[in-house]
Design a protein around this ligand. Structure first.
Ligand code: HEM
Ligand code: HEM
Length: 207
């Protein structure tokens, strides 16, 4: 909530951790991925003779939308001034980042052993690294789906997904997407219910 700072006579507005572009792209991506996962449960995929049912068409086009949104989110992450550092999302190439990650991992393990939810810290190394892995995972799904789409569109392959490298990658990674979504959204909701972090910070449309 906004308040007046008596000493400086200025209106102090709270600053959201995540910029509006990050929040809009994150929300769009989450909705697209949920659509992907739900359609994948019941869709009749394509084969040599038919191009898939209506659920597959929804899967296909929301998948291409997810690919554009994931690319846009990477571009925002690379260029934004406010939000998590790229180095925190991808700590794998820095010794200092890796040792911070190791320390944070041990803190999380110690809390879990005591069956406690680790304290929410917006700058913690482990959650940021997991978010980075999640975004890489979604990017690999979107890329493999798009490669399949282009191969079929340009006539390099029939619509039958079996035996295609891109689709082998796609189907192998699919269960990890469920795991990521359930773990990530579940922890977000848990922190919200326990009032240790609010979901509205990531899901608000405030500038
Ligand atoms: C981030 C984007 C995407 C996600 C999360 C996603 C997720 C999934 C999941 C969970 C499955 C089911 C795998 C299984 O059977 O175990 C699947 C299958 C499939 N997806 Fe995607 N997908 C995405 C994008 C795309 C795109 C862009 C296309 C391009 C047309 C596509 C085409 C397919 C095909 C052909 C199958 C196999 C259908 C069958 O088994 O017959 N996906 N996807
Ligand atoms: C599979 C779909 C999703 C993907 C790929 C995804 C990915 C991400 C990424 C990459 C971040 C870090 C953003 C940054 O720091 O710049 C993030 C943060 C966050 N996500 Fe998601 N997300 C997904 C779905 C959801 C859902 C459904 C919820 C809500 C229930 C959610 C809640 C949050 C929250 C609260 C944060 C902020 C965490 C913090 O800053 O401490 N996400 N997500």
């Amino acid at each position: 909530m906004a308040h007046y700072d008596d000493k400086q006579f200025t209106l102090v507005m709270p600053v959201e951790k995540h910029a509006l572009q990050t929040r809009l792209l994150h929300g769009g991506l989450a909705i697209a991925i949920l659509t992907q996962l739900l359609t994948s449960l019941a869709m009749e995929g394509p084969d040599e003779v038919q191009s898939g049912d209506i659920l597959f068409q929804i899967h296909r086009y929301s998948g291409l939308t997810a690919a554009v949104l994931a690319l846009a989110l990477w571009l925002v992450i690379l260029t934004r001034r406010r939000g998590t550092d790229l180095g925190a999302l991808l700590p794998w190439f820095s010794g200092a980042r890796l040792s911070a990650l190791w320390i944070d991992l041990r803190l999380h393990m110690a809390a879990l052993v005591k069956l406690r939810l680790p304290t929410h810290d917006p700058d913690a190394a482990l959650p940021a690294a997991v978010h980075g892995l999640g975004l890489l995972l979604i990017s690999a799904m979107a890329l493999s789906g798009t490669v399949y789409f282009l191969q079929v569109m340009f006539g390099f392959h029939s619509a039958e997904p079996d035996g295609m490298l891109a689709m082998t990658v796609h189907v192998t990674l699919a269960n990890l997407v469920w795991a990521y979504l359930i773990g990530h959204a579940g922890l977000g909701v848990l922190h919200h219910l326990l009032r240790s972090a609010s979901l509205t910070e990531m899901w608000s449309l405030r500038r």
